[in-house]
Write a new protein. Sequence first.
Length: 204
Amino acid sequence: MEHNIPSRLVENAVHELSRLPGIGKKTALRLALHLLQEDTDISTALGNAIIKMREDIVYCQKCHNISDNPLCHICSSASRDAGVVCVVRDVRDVMAIENTAQFNGLYHVLGGIISPMEGVGPQDLTIESLIKRIREDNTRELVLALPSTVEGDTTGFYIVKQIHDLDIKISSIARGIGVGDELEYADEVTLGRSIKNRVPWDNS
């Protein structure tokens, strides 16, 4: 390790922290030393919160969003429009769209997108439960809020093909989100307009 750390215990903590996305060795060292200088209660609370999150977190039985209960707070809300389902790649996209306060329907988290290059096929995602849900819940509109990439479009085409026999409106977020952009990094105004002013799904 490039830093001359006099403690193997601190070095181990730095190693683990640096495995987090966006955290380099210098930042990890700064965080570890900060925790070491703070009251023991702070480090204990952090450690316990992470352990409890890993042990107790569940995924919504309906939409596959992260949740504290079998049914997430969005799916269990009586104020949401259950007839409109927004399909997203992962839970970060749910959070991004919710932050805009421009969508009042439900969600379905795929857990990824179809990517043959990375060995991800339809069977690796929650597409089957999505199709079953659409058919059983009499969904009026399916909103495809997937990445503007080849993989995102491929995933959308696959889903649409599975429900071609249903009388359902299929739309996608307006292309205010640039091609290749991630939803989680879009500013709230742009993303909000894109979800609110969604357009018919383009099959071309």
